[in-house]
Design a protein. Sequence first.
Length: 363
Amino acid sequence: MPKKLNGTVIVTYRCNARCTMCNRYKEPSRPEDEISLETIRKLPEMYFTNITGGEPFIREDLKDIVRELYKKSERIVISTNGFFTDRIIDLCREFPQIGIRISIEGLEETNNTIRGLEDGYNRGYTTLKKLREMGMTDVGFGMTVQDCNAQDLVPLYKLSDEMGMEFATASLHNSFYFVESKNIIHDRPMVAGHFEDLVNELLKSNSPKKWFRAYFNHGLINYIYSQKRLLPCDMSFDTFFIDPFGDVMPCNGTKNKEVMGNLNAQTWEELWNSPQAEAVRKKVRCCDRNCWMIGSVSPAMHKYIWNPGWWVVRHKFLNFFKEKKYSMYENRIVRDYRDGKVSKEELDRRSTCELDENGRTQA
Ligand code: SF4
């Protein structure tokens, strides 16, 4: 039996938000070009599927897409900004087992400024509360951390915890997918300090899932200091993305779009076993972008479980009696930066941010 894969389906590039760190809304897809049910039927068996955008709920046939995907996927999670409350509730009535992750970028004022969505925080928060009231269990927040919202990281985690919800984090990234190349964290120690607090909160909990989330956030500190990924990246081997045009890609982190084949024109077997797909896999093997996004890290954490597992044992159990179980200064690069052995400019150069002609960040 063929191995089940981890897939992300980008159903549209249209978006109603105007996030400061993502320009995708400036290059939307046209509704008539967007992935059809016919193409979705050609996807392989998956153990996990993420549906994302743009804003997926802009597509009025999203329920039909989900219905098709459930025929081939054990678990589905939709990433959304939570704005279209009625559409989300309506879909969840039919699929109460589905996961919903709503992007909230901070407490009210910060969120609305970053996302450029009037009343976005209240809309997102109301949607989350209504989903909870309906008895939905797989519901949570997602936050992309940057200089201007890092102070809201722990308060937002606590809010999600009180509501009994998942809390997913990311840092700023640059790629073709975000139509952005100038995102960068400026004050790394300040942002890392908030991540350190979050890691310690997660380690305090009694939930093994949260201990592994702590490891993921430790990896984000490593990422914002422009270091090599903590785990290998196996995107395109057992994980894929498909975009609204039917192009199958290894991930959403590359600088330029990398295409393994097109599912509108090919069968899955043709595409997945093609020389073009092999050429992309070769590129992935020497990719130096070092992304740390849940889409590429979660499969790696499962595959190389002993690595996060040992980290959890060390921090949760061997540090059992310590009030503070984790320090960001465990990371050598954080100490080196503090001690002046490495400069901000050097870390900026190692990042994926495109610098100006003077080698400076452009924000
Ligand atoms: S590190 Fe992995 S997820 Fe990031 S761009 Fe490279 S192949 Fe894609």
